[in-house]
Ligand binder design. Structure first.
Ligand SMILES: *Cc1c(COP(=O)(O)O)cnc(C)c1O
Length: 377
């Protein structure tokens, strides 16, 4: 048995290594007295926009707000439809519903877990206004055909990039772009467990369109063009200065962190390649992977027993997601009975994510691998 407390993600181990810098920056922020929208928020948004090579990064309160603000900025209205995967976190569709927009759920590819243009195309009708690809678990959807399809039907593309900050997609012509900077708008989350995580809530919206950027900024700040001049309905969604300090430091380590996640994934892949009942995650050839999650597909007969076995050994594991969105009660009124999402249904019965983090030496990965192999022996 391992004597260590194994974690799904080791945020404490990560903090320990950058503690001095973080603590100093937080104290600096406290002493500045500028708790909301201090100069560091601007500094961080400039640094992230440089990193991503996108013209505007507009920080906001969290990744859910980012999606809501994106829909509002694009002028989506009640009765409009968006197409998004069912195999995602609730935020992607919840924000649409909140605005009276109907999320129409498309199936994903069972090998890459991501939405495909082919599945989207079947669902386009004259109410469709936008496509919302989610770069799930840290790898890009195949964006070139999605962007093409959007152009053909005059649809907007909003990328939910909450799980894939730092992931790069290569177009067939060789052009490389970071996910979240390919569509009209990209959104992300700085929730602590995300690849670029704050020590509280945070999020951001990306665009290279000046007009849209202006609208987004206004909506995120009570619809104000100037203070106390409200042009449109907005919300209050801001990144606080302490989180911006933390993110500014962590951004410097993002590539290193993503590399460590890749190393862990590679170790798992190597170890599990010979286990017949396991499918290791498949790579989309035109995308890098930042392994927000390391997600296996398991013969469904073995999944529950494996979960029980791992739990018994103190090895954390999670199903992302146990109930796909088209089966959630909250969407029952808009999901008609002809929904046919076979891959999504299959994934909810077969997926299992194992611990993955940025501090490999603390990861107990050998123990995890040994126990998984033991189970299948
Ligand atoms: C985490 C996440 C969000 C929401 O981010 P919050 O900051 O928690 O609001 C949205 N979409 C996806 C795919 C996510 O994983």
């Amino acid at each position: 048995m391992s004597d260590k407390n194994i974690l799904m993600i080791d945020l404490n181990g990560q903090y320990e290594k950058i503690k001095d810098q973080i603590d100093r920056s937080i104290i600096k922020s406290l002493e500045s007295g500028k708790f909301i929208n201090g100069p560091v928020v601007k500094e961080f948004s400039n640094n992230l926009s440089k990193y991503l090579n996108v013209k505007h990064v507009i920080p906001c309160g969290n990744g859910t707000d980012a999606l809501q603000i994106a829909f509002m900025a694009l002028g989506l209205k009640p009765g409009d439809e968006i197409i998004c995967p069912s195999w995602t976190y609730i935020s992607t569709a919840e924000t649409a519903m909140f605005l009276g927009i109907k999320p129409v759920f498309c199936d994903v590819d069972r090998a890459t877990f991501n939405m495909t243009a082919k599945n989207v195309e079947k669902l386009i009708n004259n109410k469709t206004k936008a496509i919302v690809p989610v770069h799930l678990y840290g790898q890009s959807c195949d964006m070139e055909p999605i962007v093409k399809l959007a152009k053909k039907h005059n649809l907007k593309v909003i990328e939910d990039n909450a799980q894939a900050v730092g992931c790069k997609y290569t177009f067939p012509n060789g052009e490389i772009k970071y996910t979240g900077t390919i569509g009209d708008i990209g959104t992300t989350s700085f929730y602590p467990t995300k690849n670029l995580g704050a020590y509280g809530d945070g999020g951001a919206i990306f665009t290279s369109d000046d007009k849209l950027a202006k609208k987004i900024k206004m909506i995120a700040n009570h619809g104000q063009s100037k203070q106390y001049q409200h042009k449109t309905i907005g919300c209050n969604s801001r990144l606080d200065s302490i989180q911006a300090e933390v993110l500014n430091i962590k951004l410097k380590y993002l590539d290193k962190y993503n590399k460590a996640r890749n190393q862990m994934a590679e170790n798992y892949n190597k170890a599990f390649s010979s286990v017949e009942q396991l499918h290791t995650p498949e790579l989309n050839q035109n995308s890098t992977h930042v392994y927000h999650q390391y997600t296996l597909r398991i013969n469904p007969l073995y999944r529950d027993p494996l979960i029980a076995y791992l739990n018994g050994k103190g090895i954390p594991n999670r199903i992302y997601y146990p109930i796909p969105l088209h089966k959630q009660k909250v969407f029952s009124k808009i999901v008609d009975s002809n929904y046919n999402l076979p891959n999504t249904n299959l994934l909810s019965a077969t997926c299992l994510s194992l611990p993955i983090h940025t501090e490999i030496e603390n990861s107990s990965q050998d123990f995890i691998i040994e126990q998984v192999l033991n189970f299948f022996k």
